[in-house]
Structure formats: C-alpha cells, structure tokens
Write a protein that binds this ligand. Structure first.
Ligand code: GLY
Length: 318
C-alpha cells in the first residue's frame, strides 16, 4: 500500500526538495527526483560539504562521494573520491545504469568513466572554500607545538599541521554537510541518494559512508530506505543505513529504527566522535529522523505540501 509520492531530505536539502516534489507530482521516477534534487544541492556554492564549493582534502583538492540505491532491485551505483566533476550523483546513476557489472568506482577509474560517459570537468575548489582551507591550516600551524620554522622544513610542518587538522575534526560543531534525499514515487518505487565532499582536510583518497551500500545508504522496498550524515567512519562500523532498514523489517517505527543505529554507534569507542544523524522512509510513507546531538532537523514534502515541512530529529546519544 503506497502513500503517493513523498520526498524527504537532510538539512540543507530544504531549498531544493520542492524541485524533486515537482518532478514526482508530474509522474517522474524516484530516481529522477532524487538525482535532480541532489544535483541542485551539489551546485550550491554556499554549502561547503557537497559538490562545487565543498571543502578540500588535506592537500587542498576537492574529492566527492555519492551513491544511489533503488529499493525494488537493491541496485546500487556509487563513486568515491572523484575529483573535477561537479555532479557525482549523476556519475553514480550512470554507474548504476550503464555499468551493471560494477557498483562502485573510485578515484582515477571513476574519473575515466565519467569522461567516457561525456561528463564535463570543472573547477570544484571555490575561492571561498580555499580561504577556509588556508585559514584552517594557519590556525593549525599556530597550535602545533615544536614546529620547525625553517622555510626548508615546510613539508614536515605540513604533515604535523595536517595531523592537527584531523584532530580538530573532533571538536567540529557541524552540521556535517552530507546531503541525503529519499523519494517514493507514484509507482511505489523508492530511491535513496547521498552526496558529499566528505570530511574537510581528509586524507586524500578517503572514501566515506556516503559511497558505501549499507553504511551511508540502503534501500529495500519491502521495508524502507535509510541514509546517514555525519561521522562516516562510525556509520561504516555499524553499517548504519542497513541497520536502520533491518530494524524497520523487524517492525520498529522509523524513529526507533534510526535511534537503534545511533545507540549502537554511541557504544563504540571513537577518538574522533562527532555528530551522526539518520533519516528513513517506509514504503507506506512513514518517515523519521534521529541525531546524536540536539537541534537537528530533516525536511519532508508530500504531494499536498506547498513547501518542505521541517521536522525535528529525535536525539539518541546513548
Ligand atoms: N558522512 C559523510 C562522510 O563521512 O564523509
């Protein structure tokens, strides 16, 4: 029994979610609606955690992860650590549709595939993102004890600074910027999409949960779809999105399902713990969201919504 089209999204999807709902109202597929919404999020230069304008890795290069999962087939397409292509969600979709023998391409191979498929390269590092990057390195330099100030020792200083930057992630106030969008279309199909520039100052080549089925993204049309934002390494360790869908399968409500995953993650030791958040949607249109910190929200639109409804996530910190 379907509810009619529904689309939900994490923080910072709100400005673009109505584009997805307009498509769904016109009878478009959940795949089209999720991709279109996330492409708009990827183009938002003011969002420093996704697409163009995303914050770079520890070498000052923007690397993007994205994935799509289709509920009826559990088909999955993803890319990780992709440089120079502004719409990783569309490359992920092309992996899903054009390269069914594979599900995930990373780095150079993903870029080769994108080029082969006619995607255009672009500069993803905006001046604003570069300014933030430089400021972070400067602050870090000041905070590193015993650094070598000799100009020739720059490489060593850089390494120390990079480590310091990674440590600073622990105190990051967020909100972490991965964007999740889940859509249910008129035919009852459900798709989960996730796109991110990942952790700022991450180790080059680091791929987060957003590109991994079961971690940042999971969809099984029998029970529902789920997606995570925040501390990707924790989500990977608990296979967060899959855990949520498994809880839905056992009869948990959407909020309980997200909460059970967050409780599991909260019990693990993690020196770099930061916020972890999740949303989920069931095939009959029920939805829920939870977060390890207070004050988080997600966005919902049905066919009768004039604009996205902002819904508070329930906090589960233990
Ligand atoms: N959850 C996004 C990331 O860790 O990259």
């Amino acid at each position: 029994m379907t509810s009619g089209p529904v689309i939900i999204g994490s923080e910072r999807s709100e400005a673009w979610l109505s584009a997805g709902m307009i498509l769904l109202r016109q009878g478009a597929s959940a795949l089209d609606a999720v991709e279109a919404t996330l492409r708009l999020c990827e183009d938002n230069l003011d969002d420093h955690y996704i697409g163009t304008g995303g914050l770079p890795n520890a070498r000052g290069v923007v690397e993007l992860d994205a994935s799509l999962m289709v509920g009826s087939s559990r088909a999955f397409g993803a890319v990780g650590a992709v440089r120079s292509f502004p719409h990783p969600i569309s490359i992920a979709r092309t992996v899903l549709e054009v390269l069914p023998q594979h599900a995930l391409l990373v780095g150079e191979g993903a870029e080769l595939f994108a080029e082969e498929q006619g995607f255009e390269r672009a500069n993803l590092l905006t001046e604003e993102a570069m300014r933030i990057f430089r400021e972070a390195l400067l602050e870090s330099n000041e905070s590193v004890e015993g650094e070598n100030t000799d100009a020739g020792a720059g490489d060593d200083n850089y390494r120390v600074a990079a480590i310091d930057l990674v440590r600073r992630l622990m105190a990051h106030d967020g909100p972490w910027g991965t964007v999740n969008v889940i859509a249910l279309d008129e035919s009852g199909e459900m798709v989960v999409g996730v796109s991110t520039s990942g952790y700022p100052w991450k180790y080059p080549g680091r791929v987060g949960d957003s590109a991994l089925p079961g971690s940042g993204n999971y969809c099984d049309l029998r029970y529902g779809g789920a997606a995570c934002t925040g501390r990707g390494e924790l989500s990977m360790r608990v296979t967060g999105a899959r855990m949520i869908v498994d809880a839905l399968a056992r009869g948990a409500t959407p909020v309980e399902a997200c909460g059970s995953m967050l409780r599991e993650a909260a019990a693990l030791p993690d020196h770099f713990r930061s916020e972890l958040r999740a949303i989920c949607l069931t095939p009959d249109g029920r939805h829920g969201g939870a977060a390890s910190q207070g004050g988080s929200t997600y966005n919902v639109m049905t066919t009768s919504s004039a604009e996205p409804e902002v819904v508070a996530r329930v906090q589960f910190d233990r």
